[in-house]
Write a protein that binds this ligand. Sequence first.
Ligand SMILES: Cc1ncc(COP(=O)(O)O)c(C=O)c1O
Length: 405
Amino acid sequence: MNKPDGSFLPYGQQWIDDDDIDSVIQVLKSDFLTGGPAVENFEQAFAQSTGAKHAVACANGTAALHLSALALDLGPGDQVIVPSITFLSTANAARFVGADVIFADVDPYTGLMGPDELEDALARADKTKVKAVYPVHLSGQCADFEAIAKIALEHDLKIVEDACHALGGTYQHNGKTSCVGDSQYADMVVFSLHPVKIIAMGEGGVITTNNDTLADRLRRLRNQGMTRNAAEFQNKDMAFNGTNEANPWYYEMPELGFNYRASDIHCALGHSQLKKLPDFARQRKNLADHYDQRIAKLAPTVRPVDRMPHCHPAWHLYVVLIDFEATNLSRAQVMKSLRDQGVGSQVHYIPVHKQPYYQKLYGSTPLTGADSYYKHCLSLPLFVRMTEKDIDRIVDTLASVLSLT
Ligand SMILES: Cc1ncc(COP(=O)(O)O)c(C=O)c1O
């Protein structure tokens, strides 16, 4: 329905079908556009799909990251470790609560923070202040959960995985296949359901956790910090007014929260899309495999990112590393030529530690892996409705632009 007409392939795009549209229409015809049953239904399905005990839906991935930092009580004086190759919001979430960011380097061939990069960041951190680490599953590949969790445990760090790219991915652990988001190695796992991601809510985010207290707290924080749970009421006189039952209108705000709720409209779309997640993940993997075969012919100038051995990614992005210097072309020239021939591309990401805001705060941190990854990376189109023929066209165009034919 919304597949490009063949003249232009964007780097990413949602796929919405009639089932999705029907699900949203049902909510539009129902009594609840927000605060209704579609939210909980979606949350239950999401928890089941990832294998986590709880899923908490919210307004977007950035809100989810912010909520995670609030729920961990991070604040001024604390330090949080974040890899530099990520979207701005992973680091910004720490700043929203007044904590400081220690930027970790990444592997130049995967873009992922591994145990060595985490240790290096810890060596630069203040041991008494560092409280949490936010590993990022870049492009859909899993960071090395197990090794990161081991180090985090030694340093008493909380872990929040930024899995905004990784819904539908799986990983091997002790001979068993587990889903990204099962929160086995993390306090919380955060997802974005922005339309370019694996499934779409329009704007939407989800946090999974196996911790009951965190789940309750996240739900409260996404809704102004308020509670209607009588067991939590502190102003007993106002709440109970001399009776055993709380007043029917009564609510309380024990802490400051936000309006980060997800509406029933968004959750209905997310729920409908979630049913297609296994198909979407399979299709993305098939497309990535086809890319791998075709891209291999452009070596050594172009190579796919290195693969994590324990991970079966859902492939949010298909990223290649290009030796632009060897081609005598700048990345801007390559992107423009690709665009002129109907192929979109993008750069994921500009190292966050290089952003003026962060440079002003922390000066310049030498992170050679992040610099190298940034210098070479280019995301090629990858979305569910693409075909192998589209990939052939993209790779042929890239080869011709780089004069590799
Ligand atoms: C790695 C990563 N983290 C967080 C986010 C924020 O998600 P959202 O756009 O839903 O706020 C994104 C979105 O691009 C992302 O790619």
